[in-house]
Design a protein around this ligand. Structure first.
Ligand code: NAD
Length: 345
């Protein structure tokens, strides 16, 4: 039997979902975890039989049994740790956003090119079941040339959320607020579905939290294709209202909320297809995954993907050059909101 891939995770907040996925993988072994906090290491030790614990990332890097690192520390540290891991011969799976600046994200890409190792970036919403038929409908021209998009991430986070993390809602470590942290997933989906962004015109503010960044942004987004979209992000919408992804083309309209299909209207299409789509994808991943068990969801898809990418010597599903696009758009939105001007990408 071939040796299992050695897996390690640094940062044990959302990093625990990476640990779970690696621990349960047929092809990997969760070798080690790293965090600055003793209680997080203790808790991991109890959950994962035989796992080694480290308080120092540099020490963990010396472990020769580790092949892949998941980097799950605050966003402003992603490039620093990912580049160190690559320079020490380890493949890397980085949490979103790849980093908070394009400049730092490019450092990861350059280290990847230099070392020839694999780098994946978590953008798990691309793998929601509904996204496959939607992406095919858009790319295959089923809803025609896109005219309009409407994206709204109307979520809620209480003040405790920002106070507990320490790094959240700070420019230095979070790189922003509702947009860079929460809505970057949907920025990624927007550019993935609608194509390259030409310009953004934005406003932002802090409306209902004590943080230095923002808890609300609103933008007009123009695409190189000529299409236009509105993009809203907020953590002020009690109790968390919607994640709207709405696409209107010359030949049809598609509306999604989160992972659930809400509207599927194709000009000249039949009711049978519409009803079938709503039945399969209308309840989100639940129903679709029940029909097709291969649709393992969330982080596990991408943890399994980087493991297979290493075994098969192929590129992971989401590579740095893809993940950099959403960071560039987010920062252009901030620049526009600060300057009061349209910013061209
Ligand atoms: N994909 C998703 O859905 C998703 C969800 C939540 C968070 N995230 C991303 O994951 C990252 C972490 O977010 P979180 O909510 O888990 O934060 P968190 O604060 O809950 O956890 C981060 C952990 O990293 C540890 N840490 C910080 N610096 C460290 C260092 N130098 N070495 C070792 N450990 C260190 C902290 O002690 C903490 O336990 C962020 O980039 C965030 O954007 C992604």
């Amino acid at each position: 039997m071939t040796k299992k891939i050695g897996y390690a995770v640094v940062g044990l907040g959302v990093g625990r979902t990476h640990c779970d996925a690696a621990y349960n993988s047929q092809n990997a072994e969760l070798i080690a975890v790293c965090d600055l906090l003793d209680e997080k290491l203790e808790s991991a030790k109890k959950a994962y039989n035989g796992v080694l614990t480290y308080k120092s990332f540099e020490e963990m890097l010396k472990n020769p049994d580790i092949d892949i690192f998941s980097v799950c520390v605050p966003s402003g540290l992603h490039a620093e740790l990912a580049v160190l891991a690559l320079e020490n011969g380890k493949h890397v799976l980085v949490e979103k956003p790849i980093d908070i600046t394009v400049e730092n994200a490019i450092k990861i890409e350059n280290a990847r090119i230099k070392t020839g190792l694999k780098v994946g970036v978590i953008h798990q919403n691309r793998f929601n079941a509904v996204m496959k038929p939607v992406k095919e409908a858009v790319d295959g021209g089923k809803i025609g040339k896109l005219i309009l998009g409407s994206f709204a991430v109307k979520w809620f986070r209480d003040q405790n959320y920002y106070d507990n993390g320490g790094w959240r809602g700070t420019w230095e470590m979070d790189g922003g607020g509702s947009l860079m942290n929460q809505a970057v997933h949907t920025v990624d989906l927007m550019q993935w579905l609608m194509g390259e962004v030409h310009s953004v015109t934005s406003v932002m503010g802090v409306y209902n939290h004590k943080i230095e960044t923002e808890d609300l942004t609103v933008s007009i987004v123009k695409f190189k294709s000529g299409a236009v979209a509105t993009f809203t992000s907020s953590t002020c919408c009690y109790p968390g209202v919607c994640t709207d992804i709405q696409l209107y083309g010359e030949k049809g309209s598609i509306e999604i909320d989160g992972d659930a299909l809400k509207l599927w209207k194709i000009a000249g299409g039949d009711n049978f297809e519409e009803n079938e789509m709503l039945e399969t994808y209308g309840t989100g991943n639940g129903m679709a995954a029940a029909l097709d068990p291969k649709l393992i969801l969330g982080h596990a898809v991408q943890v399994e993907d980087i493991i297979s990418a290493v075994i098969e010597n192929r590129e992971p599903l989401v590579v740095p050059t893809e993940a950099i696009k959403s960071v560039r758009i987010v920062n252009a939105i901030y620049e526009s909101a600060k300057s009061g001007k349209e910013v061209f990408l």
